[in-house]
Design a protein around this ligand. Structure first.
Ligand code: GLY
Length: 314
């Protein structure tokens, strides 16, 4: 991103703890410390004080739990604002954004508690205004494609742009080369064009020939997680009520951490189900999704009760 002037947080990476600590003392807190590598989503510490940041460096570089991911730490500017996700289809030559969405990463209501993979989402995200969309295209999305091409990478698939938005400006927090979870559970139900047609256009390299249409609706999903997630949780709890929830119009129940044993549906992970509702207003989809959740049960399930509140406020 630095090389291609794509707006992002200022950062440096370190293989020596002392140098990382020096940098932290120079920049001050709040500051973000990341394990450089895959750490199952747990490698990011948002330190509110210098002491916390120094401790994070020590934990990442000395704790074996991070494995290779802990050999290098990235110390990054703390970006304030509101997060949003824009997924985009890319065929190597053309990149087409999907509808913007917003995840809810902290485990508990009000955005409190440890970070999770995502406890719920909605789309379209009102924080992504028409102006931000326009700037995103010219300042982030197209430069990203040019950067890939300059690096000799013909990328075909999905680009996930994790954004931080403040004062009407977006900066890139992260890229992934996949859909988002649970963002996909609200973005794809709004896709009117057949996804297979889009995938074929991506493969064949003629995305520029395809008009992609979206439903003029809202979508919202509530993730039902195992009690104690993301820290410690039990598996193997019997799940009931999915059929009853899906009997309602415009409700889709996506399964993630589930398994089928002797004909019984059991919990088998942290995030177990995502209950998506479609409708014409955010209030409607909030009410419908939570009504869907009411019909489903498994022991000790955990949800956030405030999915979509930010959209309502806007
Ligand atoms: N919901 C965050 C992600 O898929 O990366």
């Amino acid at each position: 991103m630095q090389k291609y002037q794509i707006p992002t947080a200022e950062y440096e990476s370190f293989t020596e703890a002392d140098k990382a600590v020096e940098y932290i003392k120079r920049k001050g807190a709040p500051i973000v410390v990341k394990a450089s590598g895959l750490a199952a989503g747990k490698g990011v510490i948002v330190a509110q004080t210098e002491a916390e940041a120094v401790e994070a460096v020590e934990i990442i570089m000395k704790d074996e739990k991070f494995g290779d991911a802990g050999e290098k730490v990235v110390v990054e500017e703390f970006l304030e604002g509101e997060e949003a996700t824009i997924l985009a289809f890319c065929d190597g030559q053309t990149v087409v954004p999907m509808i913007a969405s917003q995840d809810h990463k902290p485990a508990y209501d009000g955005g409190k508690g440890p970070n999770t993979g995502g406890m719920g989402a909605y789309a379209p995200a009102p924080v992504v205004t028409e102006q931000i969309k326009a700037d995103f295209k010219t300042e982030i999305m197209e430069p990203t494609l040019k950067a890939l091409q300059s690096e000799g990478l013909e990328f075909k698939g999905i680009i996930y742009f994790g954004l931080m938005i403040k004062d009407g400006k977006a900066k890139v927090l992260e890229y992934n080369v996949r859909f988002g979870d649970p963002e996909a559970q609200v973005v794809l139900p709004l896709l009117e064009t057949d996804l297979v047609d889009v995938m074929e256009a991506v493969i064949e390299g003629n995305l520029d020939q395809l008009e992609i249409h979206w439903k003029q609706q809202k979508a919202l999903c509530v993730v039902m997680a195992s009690g104690g997630y993301p820290i410690e949780y039990e598996k193997g709890k019997k799940i009931t009520g999915i059929k009853a929830a899906e009997a309602e119009e415009d409700i889709i129940v996506f399964q993630a951490g589930t398994s089928l044993e002797n004909g019984k549906l059991l919990t088998d992970g942290g995030r177990v189900l995502a209950v998506t509702a479609l409708g014409s207003s955010f209030q409607e989809v909030i009410d419908k999704a939570y009504a869907g959740v009411e019909k489903i049960d498994f022991a000790d399930f955990q949800i956030r009760n405030d999915i979509g509140q930010k959209a309502l406020e806007k």
